[in-house]
Design a protein around this ligand. Structure first.
Ligand SMILES: [Zn+2]
Length: 485
């Protein structure tokens, strides 16, 4: 009896080893982290000048070895015995995109108010939803955010900053649950106020829902203005961001009418100007204001697709870059026609060419590829972890297929990423060493189920919006916010 049990135990061990991914000699069977070798890549954009040619650190022909959540090695003829092999013959590998400003719930209002500018769109599609009677529920918010996360994975975004409007406590829970389930690396920017109940909830959310997830980070969101309905909350949020040592994330001069709010003066008054301040849009800046932002090392999230769609204006990107302000790219939620990061890069380049009549104006192709990856990571102060394929950093990367009809043939692949790339070219997406998209398909999710849930939520919201006989204005929004969550 004892002998039988002994034999049975040994056989079981063999079965376990033989069934381990990577075969009997895989690292995980030997106790190391599981390894993945991305082999025979035609072109690698490492974004690390120490690893390859030029500012983008380009390597023609090479391999990338992942060990667990980390990039272990990048170079030619890497040995990965026992590693799972991903054949990347003829493919391009680069870091995943870093989306520095988005509102993921807004996929629920896609197509809403497309004929309006920023203020009209907010009045028609966003502010009415701050009424608790028609605010997105936990499940509805979850559905919208989950849909957006799939859209982001599809286009190759691996880190997203979700500026959440924090409409209700339930809204926040649905938002974060979807993010936590997505597999994406994310930053949750919670829009709060000076209401003590809101501040308590922000602390609770950070401690219980964000901190336990190693892929998640917290930010404090607010709106800058000198008016008495903005300033106390801005002060409270600036103080909270400092106490938590997290970034304060605001919309700055997106629409020309926001000049009336005196936002720079307000940010100065609450002592928020500094490297922990992230400003979305920042379109209508004066020379003096650009100099202030540069002097204080304030960061900017540039949202060119949204700025076009909402008739917001064109950011003074060459002047901002010249002054030394760090800028990342962002998709900015439902204000976009798409969540397509290739479109965002194209438009960031194209808008400046169109307005300056110069084809070599900042940002160039090289500039925008860096801005979309390492530049975004620097803006978020996450560049020690992500943004380049430097060994030791997190394994967040994408594999592009340049053989598709929209991308081939090869002339200058680096330029073609910007001018020809589409989400359909993104064949694999890895975050923290885990594939979220593999061979053009989402891993572990059924998109149809998520689309169906979002459809149901959006249908309810659309009907409620259309049932309103008037739209609320910005002053009403503040009333809702300060009434507590
Ligand atoms: Zn925004």
């Amino acid at each position: 009896m004892f002998r039988y049990r002994h034999w049975h135990f040994i056989a079981l061990i063999f079965i376990i080893i033989l069934n381990t991914p990577g075969g009997p000699l895989s690292d995980s069977a030997l106790g190391g982290p599981p390894r993945i070798l991305i082999r025979d890549v035609a072109l690698i954009l490492t974004m690390d000048p120490n690893l390859g040619e030029g500012e983008l650190g380009v390597i023609e022909g090479g391999d990338i070895l992942l060990a667990g959540d980390t990039i272990a090695a990048v170079g030619k003829n890497l040995q990965g015995s026992g590693a799972r092999i991903v054949n990347a013959t003829g493919k391009i590998v680069m870091p995943g995109f870093v989306d520095t400003h988005n509102h993921l719930w807004q996929s629920l209002i896609r197509g809403c108010g497309t004929g309006y500018d920023t203020n009209g769109w907010l009045d028609a599609c966003v502010f009415p939803l701050f009424d608790p009677q028609i605010a997105p529920s936990c499940a509805e918010t979850y559905a919208g955010v989950r849909l957006s996360t799939l859209d982001l994975i599809n286009t190759g975004v691996t880190t997203v900053v979700d500026w959440s409007h924090g409409i209700t406590a339930e809204f926040v829970r649905g938002d974060i649950q979807a993010l936590n389930e997505s597999g994406l690396r994310f930053v949750f920017a919670y829009y709060g106020s000076d209401n003590p109940a809101v501040i308590d909830d922000m602390r609770l959310v950070k401690q219980t829902l964000i901190d336990p997830n190693p892929l998640a980070t917290f930010q404090v969101a607010s709106h800058p203005g000198m008016e008495p309905w903005f300033l106390p909350s801005l002060q409270a949020m600036s103080d909270l961001a400092k106490e938590l040592n997290m970034k304060l994330h605001v919309h700055l001069l997106e629409n020309i009418t926001q000049r009336d709010d005196q936002p720079i003066e307000a940010l100065k008054m609450v002592s928020a100007l500094g490297p922990n301040l992230l400003c979305a849009h920042s379109i209508h800046l004066t020379d003096k204001e650009i100099a202030i932002l540069a002097d204080k090392d304030v960061r900017i999230a540039h949202n060119p697709l949204s700025n076009m769609r909402l008739a917001s204006g064109i950011i003074r990107l060459p002047d901002i870059e010249q002054a030394g302000v760090q800028v990342g790219l962002g998709l900015d939620g439902g204000t976009n026609d798409t969540n397509d990061f290739f479109n965002t890069m194209r438009i960031a380049v194209g808008l400046q060419r169109a307005v300056s009549l110069q084809a070599d104006v900042y940002p160039t192709v090289t500039d925008v590829l860096r801005m979309a990856t390492l530049g975004g990571a620097e803006v978020l102060d996450m560049n020690d972890q992500i943004g380049s394929l430097t060994p030791g950093k997190k394994a967040d990367l994408i594999i592009l297929d340049p053989g598709d009809v929209n991308f081939a043939p090869r002339f200058d692949w680096i330029s073609q990423i910007v001018f020809n790339g589409q989400p359909a070219n993104v064949e694999w997406v890895f975050v923290d060493g885990h594939p979220l998209k593999a061979k053009d398909r989402f891993v572990g999710v059924k998109p149809a189920v998520i689309v169906q849930a979002a459809e149901k939520a959006a249908n309810r919201i659309r009907q409620d919006l259309q049932g309103l006989d008037h739209y609320f204005g910005a002053d009403i929004l503040c009333g809702f916010l300060f009434s507590g969550i």
